[in-house]
Ligand binder design. Structure first.
Ligand code: SF4
Ligand code: SF4
Length: 290
């Protein structure tokens, strides 16, 4: 079984659109959307849910106003500035509360209780080209990478049960814990970049992380024709650093039209230049020995 993660140093590079195209080329696959903060592939693939699992991401402090005297002790102790007194009323910010339990212990009136965060979910199901697993973290809940791990474990189980050889992981943007959770233990990493200075910097930071895991990396320069000289600079840097360039994709406004019609670009029009190039890139990635 081969697990291929598609990542990018930042959002907006077209990573998910490219992952969607890989997932709908040929043969059944497992798709794992690991961008749990902003999962979007489920909108495109509209999977039939077969399983829904509650993900508990921690706890939040809640006040019982019938017991609270407004003494303000909790406000002075909270290190996360989650507690404020507004119009003599104690208010806890759900977003800022880290769930450390301190206020619930120090409140002399026992007016604070801790409630589990149970709004996040992991879903698993079937889509038109195989199986799909994804997570949705509730707004304000911290992305430690644990939900990503859950998605990955489920994707592995689904691949095994259904005898599916290829798993495509659509990673979150950036280089933090969720990205590390996405690429740990995969077989290959595809890094999608764009021809801008910040694109090159993000690529360099991403490569540093990928190298730590000794993973085969493939770079895709998306929308290369929007800035050919920057694209050449990225290619040059990759060559100097012995990083494989899987290919370059032109800007194509039909990419947006495909999304509007809830299709990947290769489903929308398999004969476009960009669709053909994506096919060549995918073949190159699949055929490269691990
Ligand atoms: S410490 Fe307890 S009683 Fe005092 S303001 Fe906070 S919640 Fe209210
Ligand atoms: S649980 Fe911790 S972070 Fe949350 S409000 Fe209480 S003291 Fe602040």
């Amino acid at each position: 079984m081969t697990q291929i993660a598609v990542i990018s140093g930042k959002g907006g590079t077209g990573k998910s659109s490219i992952a969607a195209a890989f997932a709908t080329l040929n043969g059944k696959v497992v798709v794992a959307d690991c961008d749990v903060d902003a999962a979007n592939l489920y909108l495109l693939f509209n999977p039939i849910h077969e399983e829904e699992i509650v993900y508990i991401s921690g706890s939040k402090a809640v006040i019982n106003y019938s017991l609270c005297t407004g003494c303000g002790i909790c406000e002075s102790y909270c290190r996360f500035d989650a507690i404020s007194i507004i119009d003599k009323k104690v208010v806890i910010s759900e977003i800022s509360c880290d769930g450390c339990f301190l206020c619930s212990h120090i409140c002399p009136e026992k007016a604070i209780t801790m409630v589990r965060n149970d709004k996040s979910r992991m879903y698993s199901g079937s889509f038109r080209n195989g199986k799909m697993v994804y997570g949705r973290l509730a707004p304000g809940e911290e992305n430690s990478g644990k939900l990503v791990n859950m998605v990955r474990e489920k994707a592995k189980e689904v691949a095994k049960i259904n005898n599916l050889d290829t798993t495509i992981l659509d990673g979150p943007p950036g280089i933090g814990c969720p990205v590390i959770s996405t690429i740990t233990g995969v077989d290959k990493v595809v890094i999608v970049t764009e021809p801008t200075i910040s694109g090159l910097h993000d690529l360099q930071r991403t490569i540093e992380i990928v190298k730590k895991f000794s993973l085969p990396a493939f770079v895709v320069i998306n929308k290369y024709n929007l800035n050919s000289s920057m694209s050449n600079q990225i290619e040059k840097w990759c060559t100097q650093n012995e990083i494989t360039i899987a290919g370059k994709l032109p800007f194509d406004k039909q990419m947006t039209e495909a999304m509007v019609q809830l299709k990947s670009i290769t489903e929308f029009n398999p004969y476009l230049e960009i669709s053909n190039k994506i096919k060549v890139i995918w073949k190159k990635i699949l055929n490269q020995k691990k």
